[in-house]
Design a protein around this ligand. Structure first.
Ligand code: AMP
Ligand code: MG
Length: 427
């Protein structure tokens, strides 16, 4: 892995005290590399896992030309032979799905066919049954009711034998499991799960079940982190709350990096922080402390720490509950996906009208919490959730999207388009 120092030294305009979001992400992407390790899994167990090898289709899917409708199969040459406006064909048999097809209709003949049944030899077109009049063993239909090749699925049109079906790096979704099954593939190779250790720091933090002493807050960051990490399908090592005590912190960092690929902490990375977190992070490895030009989430530590010959990537996130979520989604998520070997596209930003004005200063990226909904005119619009303080976790709970206001962007007028990143995903 390239060292943080070597990556940073290549940047001409590097300023750790006012680092643009895009530059921080570029540094992270340059430092992070996929972990090695592959396992073989039954396809049902591979949901949300990262495919470790290209899958090439061993068969044609479908294996034969077949009918897309219940109807009558025939040779389209007979459409023009008919000359007039009506075609009349004699039924010589029935083709059911799953039958090996032996029928060979001749001139002026047709085969009654069901959806999925193999096309009889010489037939290239199916007229749906609702378009024909059946008269004894003869069907009649208008010649212009169908064109040559209609309602026929071609062999290999879904997946052709020898062609790539899924590429390594794919995070497997429900459709992919079905696709693998359609190829008859029972097991596939996936990357091993990432191990991520996380803990909270701060003397004011109490765990659920403990009395809330004066001046204290319950530790919520470990729970949001738990949820966000679960969504990424990593193995979690929840190390609890670690007190602002040098020995306890050092032991926690060492245990974390000896047992995990990545370590995520929250709190203790602010400027003028009266604790030991930053000093210990710096002592255990190659760590840099950033003030990122963003809101919320300004302070962040990033680097690699080591102990007893084991190394882990470190993300020291801010303490404020919204800042933890924002920095996780906009820095950590992509980095962990990269470590998992996932070839994940950046999440789309969609332009939506802002229902009201939003104040914004150029020179930093803002991630306001938004509610995307249809306005009275039926058009989608977005409004902020209300109080945007980095400690107001309710804003994340109420929101269904981030309103991403770019680095250069200034204030937004009501009705102007803003970029929105939607929380909810179908698959
Ligand atoms: P810090 O970054 O340590 O200065 O913390 C910033 C703010 O976030 C302070 O108000 C902390 O009390 C709060 N905070 C830090 N860690 C947590 C946590 N795990 N859960 C909830 N609030 C936290
Ligand atoms: Mg603190």
């Amino acid at each position: 892995m390239p060292s943080l120092q070597s990556v940073i030294s290549c940047l001409s305009d590097y300023d750790p005290s006012a680092l643009p979001v895009a530059q921080a992400n570029r540094i992270i992407a340059d430092v992070v590399e996929p972990v090695s390790g592959v396992e073989q899994l039954a396809i049902r167990s591979a949901l949300d896992r990262v495919l470790a090898e290209d899958v090439v289709s061993p068969i044609d899917v479908p294996a034969h030309d077949n009918s897309a409708m219940d109807g009558f199969a025939f040779d389209s040459a007979m459409l023009s032979v008919a000359g007039g406006s009506e075609v009349a064909l004699r039924i010589v048999g029935t083709a059911l799905a799953g039958d090996a097809q032996a029928l060979v209709p001749g001139k002026g003949e047709t085969v009654r066919i069901m959806t999925g049944a193999v096309m009889p030899a010489g037939c290239d077109t199916v007229i749906p049954q609702e378009f024909v009049k059946v008269d004894g063993d003869t069907i009649r239909f208008a010649a212009d009711a169908v064109r040559a090749g209609d309602n026929r699925r071609l062999r290999g049109e879904d997946l052709a034998r020898g062609k790539p079906a899924l590429a390594a790096g794919r995070v497997l979704r429900p459709a992919d499991l079905g696709l693998l099954a359609s190829l008859g593939i029972a097991e596939i190779k996936v990357r091993r799960r990432l191990r991520v250790a996380f803990f909270s720091t701060g003397d004011e933090l109490r765990s659920i079940g403990e009395p809330l002493d004066p001046g204290c807050v319950y530790d919520s960051n470990r729970y949001t982190l738990h949820g966000m990490l679960r969504r990424l399908n990593v193995d979690l090592i929840d190390m609890g709350v670690v007190r602002d005590d040098p020995a306890a912190l050092e032991a926690a960092f060492r245990t974390a990096c000896e047992n995990a690929d990545a370590v995520i902490t929250s709190g203790g990375v602010s400027v003028g922080e009266a604790d030991y977190t930053k000093a210990i992070m710096a002592r255990l490895g190659d760590v840099t402390f950033w003030k990122i030009a963003m809101r919320p989430g300004r302070p962040m530590a990033f680097g690699r720490i080591g102990s007893n010959g084991r190394e882990a990537l470190l993300f020291g996130l801010p303490g404020n509950p919204v800042a933890v979520m924002v920095t996780f989604y906009h820095f950590v998520r992509a980095a962990l996906q990269r470590m998992m070997g996932a070839d994940a596209a950046p999440l789309p930003l969609m332009p939506v009208r802002s229902a009201s004005p939003i104040r914004k200063k150029p020179g930093r990226t803002e991630y306001q919490r938004g509610i995307l909904q249809r306005g009275a005119d039926g058009q989608w619009q977005v409004r902020i959730t209300g109080q945007q303080g980095s400690g107001v976790l309710r804003s994340m709970s109420e929101a269904n999207c981030f309103i991403v206001l770019g680095h250069e962007q200034g204030s937004v007028a009501a009705g102007e388009l803003v970029d929105v990143m939607v929380f909810e995903g179908l698959v």
